[in-house]
Design a protein around this ligand. Structure first.
Ligand SMILES: NC(=O)c1ccc[n+]([C@@H]2O[C@H](COP(=O)([O-])OP(=O)(O)OC[C@H]3O[C@@H](n4cnc5c(N)ncnc54)[C@H](OP(=O)(O)O)[C@@H]3O)[C@@H](O)[C@H]2O)c1
Length: 402
């Protein structure tokens, strides 16, 4: 019951109340507050760099727009910009006409939400898109045309040639400084590639088989609300209302179907995992097969992965490789019942890995269990880290020109 009450606080808090309370509500829901972040562009270097006079010119903090600022990812993204002290000279929160005129809180001020339109990006340096794919398709080119860099959370641009698909711990070097579109991967892909990249470096990936267990929040605020309403109905001894967001009742159930079904029997979510992982890892022919399953968890996507490598990896070697990957934490002591769970990952920015064990039938195969907060590292944190890397690249260029 306390979980349901906490989620209710979260959902109310998203729209109405003090930022401190909102942070508390998210922390309560996930059982923890935000964790330390291990990505190498530290939250301290960037503000200092912007505060300091370097050469004859002072580098201006960017004007930042957040499209989808009233949504689940947009709301957490604002909190992460605050927590990481990302430099912002002016904030332009945007959403649909439905929310235009409402307010969002940022750094102790109320900021009026604007309608996201093609003419709203004049003077903006950086735009986070955390709305719909259709809106990104329509407005991201207009934002770039207006001189902004776009960091897009939707699937629209991820597989386009010439659009970098960024997990900063893996490929921040692909971020250009001129105005362009940078795509953020799907929420499951980010955790999966964070685990696969070090294993590939250690022993060369040969094939991967994945089953994901994906939280309701992967479907946005509506997904969380639907699961919460179903749980509340079941607790009251009532039949939940007909599912709208998911294909079936999610409470007290699992649904082996995320996103649209494709002609070959796979789902679009399963295709995203395949093609996005290949692009990020630079392995265009990697055989990767996924089954994506929705589970009745509010926050935290899990994945069971069978990883085949060219060379047999010993468990300790795999643990060491994973532990050395920035943003990954090994939680692997099954005898002591220590392994990654959505409860442990939620509210943090780390990708947790554990249950690392040899396949019983092939020494070149390892089983790895991986969990990450889909709204934070799977979406908002990854976008902010991408912005930090963009800002650092921009500062280096500025220093070179100064
Ligand atoms: N949730 C996750 O775990 C996750 C992970 C990775 C990626 N993503 C992606 O991140 C994006 C946002 O997801 P979410 O979970 O935050 O969804 P959400 O909670 O449903 O929020 C959607 C946001 O988009 C805005 N929006 C919708 N239609 C719009 C329009 N026509 N014009 C302007 N704004 C519009 C909404 O504004 P109103 O308040 O005005 O309706 C709201 O701010 C999606 O592309 C999603 O695929 C989500």
């Amino acid at each position: 019951m306390s979980i349901i009450i906490s989620i209710e606080k979260l959902l109310i808090a998203k729209r109405r109340v003090e930022p401190a309370y909102r942070r508390k509500a998210y922390g309560e829901m996930n059982g923890r507050q935000g964790a330390d972040l291990t990505f190498s562009v530290s939250r301290r270097t960037i503000p200092r760099r912007f505060a300091a006079r370097r050469g004859p010119r002072i580098m201006q903090a960017p004007v930042v727009a957040v499209v989808g600022a009233t949504g689940l990812v947009g709301e957490i993204l604002l909190r992460i910009l605050e927590d990481r002290a990302f430099p912002v000279s002016e904030l332009r929160p945007m959403a649909s006409a439905r929310s235009a005129g409402s307010k969002v809180a940022f750094r102790g001020q109320e900021w009026q939400v604007l309608e996201a339109r093609a003419d709203a990006f004049a003077g903006v340096d950086l735009v986070f898109f955390a709305a719909t794919g259709a809106l990104s398709r329509e407005l991201a080119p207009a934002a770039v045309e207006a001189g902004a860099t776009v960091i897009d959370k939707s699937s629209t641009w991820r597989l386009r040639d010439g659009v970098p698909l960024i997990v900063p711990e893996i490929n921040a070097d692909q971020i250009p400084t001129e105005p362009s579109i940078l795509a953020c991967p799907n929420c499951s892909t980010i955790g999966v590639v964070q685990a696969l990249a070090p294993l590939h470096r250690a022993a060369t990936l040969k094939s991967v088989v994945i089953t994901t267990l994906q939280a309701a929040s992967g479907a946005g605020r509506d997904g969380v609300e639907e699961l919460r309403a179903q749980h509340a109905a079941l607790l009251a001894g009532e039949q939940p209302a007909l599912a709208q967001v998911f294909g079936a009742q999610l409470a007290d159930n699992v649904i082996p179907h995320c996103d649209a079904l494709e002609a070959d029997g796979y789902t679009r979510e399963e295709s995203k995992l395949l093609h996005e992982s290949r692009k990020i890892l630079g392995l265009p022919a990697l055989p990767l097969t996924a089954t994506c399953v929705r589970v009745p968890v509010e926050v935290g996507h899990s994945a069971s992965m069978l990883v085949e490598t060219e060379r047999a990896l010993e468990i300790e070697e795999a643990r060491a490789a994973l532990a050395a990957q920035p943003g990954v934490r090994v939680v692997d002591d099954t005898a002591a019942e220590r392994y990654p769970t959505p409860r442990e990952a939620a509210g943090t920015d780390e990708v947790l890995v554990g249950r690392i064990r040899k396949d019983r039938h092939d020494p070149r195969r390892l089983w790895v269990w991986q969990v990450a907060d889909n709204v934070r590292k799977g979406a908002a944190t990854n976008a902010v880290q991408t912005a930090e890397a963009w800002l650092a690249a921009r500062a280096r260029r500025h220093d070179g020109e100064a």
